[in-house]
Design a protein around this ligand. Sequence first.
Ligand code: NAD
Ligand code: IPM
Ligand code: MN
Length: 362
Amino acid sequence: MKLKILVIAGDGIGPEVTSEAVAVLKEVATFAGHTFEFDQKRIGGVAIVKDGTPLPDETIAAALNSDAVFLGAVGGNEFNSLPADKRPEAGLLKIRSILGGFANLRPAFAFKELAVNSPLRPEIIDGADILFVRELLGGLYFGQPREWDRAANEAWNTMRYTKAEVVRVARVAFQLAQKRRRKLTSVDKANVLEVSQLWRAAVIEVAAEFPDVTLEHQYVDAMSMHLMNRPRDFDVVLTENLFGDILTDESSVITGSLGMLPSATLGGKVNLYEPIHGSAPDIAGKGLANPLGTILSAALLLRYTAGLETEAAAIEKAVRKVLEEGFRTPDLARGNPQGLTVLSTTEMGTKVRETVKKLLAK
Ligand code: NAD
Ligand code: IPM
Ligand code: MN
């Protein structure tokens, strides 16, 4: 198998976590006899500084010419006063829209070993295994008009969806639910918003194609509470762009740390893989970042872009094994460091890489 992977590491902890995931992918390539070619380009704050734009044309061309794009994170406090369309985050939104992936899969899985790291009781989170499907190209993020009229002291964004946009992401979510526990929870705000009423009607229509999947609807405010109270009741959770952004960060409480959550964006010209966390300026450059969410994103790349299920599963198993053996980055060692070995970003990456190698050699 030959794969061309474009790495856009970005800002803050982005380069630290992506280099660990790339090292794991290189290990997999060597061991399983694949050829993975890596190219690196700029995005976000580093691109603003070097190229004067958060998404240089060179990055776009390389991304469209690759089999998969692997992203770290973008953003930094020094860019906070820039207008929304000039910020590092605008580069991320633009590459998402150019690549065209609309279904952002964000699995949130409660590792038993990390239960102690969650403020939720172990019996609440034990066994929780949720697959969020976040619509990634619509809603408030992309709706027009949008503006901050400074003179008028007024600003507006537009939450907009077409039925076709809802239908295509709903189909992906139902198909994924068919391969899991066959339950789909669609999250909206249909008690208030017209756009959510359209969302709900479209999801109900798509549900008719999937009679084996049980569909339920939740309002987003109640859902944010249900997720914390009874996370095991959810299988696939389908929602629009902004609700999905918020609910998935909230779900990191179930998994023990934001640094544990990977993502895969499917359905466009080229798939995009990235952890769900940001550039974490508060810990950047200190070797404190947890690379596991990014490494798990590499597993998703192997699964969804390359169909290399054995290799993808080996990475996921290696992450589990390293946790079972008591290795933790600092974010995973809060409150209970006894008996655990706290590792730096690179040390954790190395542990996973060595474990993947052993698993693949078996
Ligand atoms: P963040 O996700 O960067 O960090 C939130 C908190 O979680 C911080 O305390 C951070 O230290 C911690 N954290 C995040 N990832 C971690 C990891 N891998 N290991 C250990 N701890 C981790 O969110 P924020 O602080 O709200 O935003 C910082 C910047 O990142 C902003 O500019 C924001 O726009 C950007 N951002 C980018 C992305 C992305 O590129 N996909 C996602 C979210 C936020
Ligand atoms: C994420 C991030 C991005 C989003 C930002 C940085 C544009 O928070 O990937 O979750 O809101 O989608
Ligand atoms: Mn987010």
